[in-house]
Design a protein around this ligand. Structure first.
Ligand code: GLP
Length: 266
């Protein structure tokens, strides 16, 4: 794995957005061979999406031949609800770029049985961008979720409901109690994974992801098995890591070339 550490969330978000643009352009996607991108919602990716929109507007990238698969969606609120992940994605990314609507996918009660085979029909996910919950969940794979799981319906934990209440005017009762989510295996099946985390609230999850043992108690740790895995975090999110670990990864990155010149070297 690579661990990219930048001082602020803004800097981390910019690095990740530039990396995504670089990967899309390097891939040279066409209608017949689109770039398949897995996407998260939440506060972590907001600035990345803002940067992608800016880069699209300045002609650095096109999403015309990009196909997207979102990682999760609430159950029990309509897609038109302002806090649905569907609304989030249109507000922050899709409505501002040139992606054709029929190339956008979000999991739902109607399609979750076939979500993994829909991904497979496109040849699999080229790059999966993920956030992480403070309890180490990826998508809505809460602690105890199978590390071999595929897309399905999951009940949310009280911790996640409380954490997400901030998007529902602080009202825990307004937060849906379940969600459709890709599985841990769905994420592991992607050819490359980038996980983003910022702030002290994610520091323990980051510690588990980097230094912890692989365990379904912290589903993020499954990514240690991924052959092409990048974590991009800000300084605050590294606070629970050993100083030695941080120095080690900073040393490796100090010798790495800039993201725009990275090619497929990982
Ligand atoms: C939510 C979502 C995840 C997201 C995580 C972190 O529960 N299901 O997909 O990655 O929590 O969210 P945030 O980026 O807002 O901290």
């Amino acid at each position: 794995m690579r661990l990219i550490i930048r001082e602020t969330k803004n800097q981390t978000s910019q690095w990740v957005a530039e990396y995504i643009v670089h990967r899309i352009n390097e891939f040279r996607p066409t209608k017949e061979r689109p770039f398949v991108l897995g996407l998260p919602t939440g506060s972590s990716p907001e600035k990345i999406y803002a940067n992608l929109v800016d880069m699209y507007r300045s002609g650095k990238v096109s999403f015309k031949n990009v196909v997207t698969f979102n990682m999760d969606e609430y159950v029990g609120i309509p897609t038109s609800h302002p806090q649905s992940y569907h609304s989030f994605m249109f507000k922050h990314l899709f409505q501002h770029v040139d992606i054709p609507p029929n190339q956008i996918h979000l999991p739902s009660l109607e399609n979750y049985h076939e979500y993994d085979s829909m991904i497979a029909k496109y040849g699999g996910i080229e790059l999966f961008l993920c956030g992480v919950g403070s309890d180490g969940h990826i998508a809505f794979n809460e602690p105890g979720s199978s590390l071999a799981s595929k897309t399905r319906v999951k009940t949310l934990t009280s911790d996640t409901i409380m954490a997400n209440a901030r998007f529902f005017d602080g009202d825990v009762n307004a937060v849906p109690k379940s969600a459709v989510t890709v599985g841990v295996k769905t994420v592991l099946d992607a050819r490359e994974v980038i996980l983003i985390a910022d702030g002290r609230g994610k520091a323990e999850a980051v510690r588990q992801a980097v230094e912890g043992k692989i365990s379904h108690s912290w589903t993020v740790t499954a990514l240690q098995m991924h052959p092409k895995f990048i974590m991009a975090v800000d300084e605050a999110a590294t606070e629970e890591l050993r100083v030695k670990t941080v120095k080690y990864f900073k040393d490796i990155e100090g010798t790495a070339v800039a993201p725009g010149k990275l090619g497929s070297k990982l």
